[in-house]
Ligand binder design. Sequence first.
Ligand code: FE2
Length: 377
Amino acid sequence: METLTRSTQHPINNTDFLPLQGTDYIEFYVGNAKQAAHFYKTAFGFQSLAYAGPETGVKNKVSYVIRQNKLTFVLTTPLRADHEISTHVHKHGDGVKVLALRVDDATDAWEQTTKRGAKSYMKPTEMSDEFGKAVVSGICTYGETVHLFIERKDYNGPFLPGFRKWETPYYNPAETGLQYVDHCVGNVGWNQMNKWVQFYEDVMGFRNILSFDDNDISTEYSALMSKVMSNGNGYVKFPINEPAEGKKKSQVEEYLDFYDGEGVQHVALATNNIVETVTALRSRGVDFLTVPGSYYEDLLSRVGKIDEDLKPLQELGILVDRDDEGYLLQIFTKPVEDRPTLFFEIIQRKGAKSFGKGNFKALFEAIEREQEARGNL
Ligand code: FE2
């Protein structure tokens, strides 16, 4: 059962001890940031923004910052084998290290969360350069993933102190219409979901707005359970998945095996025109999961009237689901690295605030076909 515990979301919540203004950036630890940045620019339409590395006084790692509308990605790679990021990449492969959240007061965010039991990752640290000052602090979450709190109201540089504007003679391919982070999903271990639900409730003041049990989210094989956590104003949503027993290996279990631990499963990127965005992404080589043509045969009887023509949705493999507030369109990429770990969702919301429960079965059957091809089912 989809448990409808969703309640009215207050843009101003006086009891919110951790007011968040949204996702500030997502940092990926990768084996080769130069090539990863090129991939996200060319395939996804991100634009060059900022750089830090040996030329800017950072001796042992390199970071490229790329942006598209309100989406900022940081791609970081270590330069030496004995760097802690090398250990991270060796263990996990390329993946998300930091889900950075924008706050008005990074010192208070750190104090509020650590006094409620968060393990500190970084004490409040003031950084400055000729563009002003920023304060950054951080706490640990599932696996080796961390949340950084970014206070940048007194900063006007390209990204953060220490970064310089990244100018490249390469002609950046055009943007693809990606707008902002809709939600970020974490995969946690067996029976760990409720522990992390409790963490987001107690430590960060989030609420559980939706739950899915293994009756909602199981095909013959690929069972999982999920709870969606949201902060007070709804700007930050973190669904948490754990594997469930099925006939064969859960997709979450496959992730845990190949990521070698808990971590970010997918990041959902919002667009205002999913047909245009997915057309552009496909033409640039982004691979998506596909569902059988039969999915579209009775689609309109399932979801009712929609604004979009069915034909382009079917040609592109875009899925549709409706809840009591409207509908949404969504599609999932295949993993964006060779390990079957991190992937992206492209989502366009037309009133719906849910996550596409009606598509789970078709999607998970598509995932199982991929798992089977990898020999991991
Ligand atoms: Fe999602």
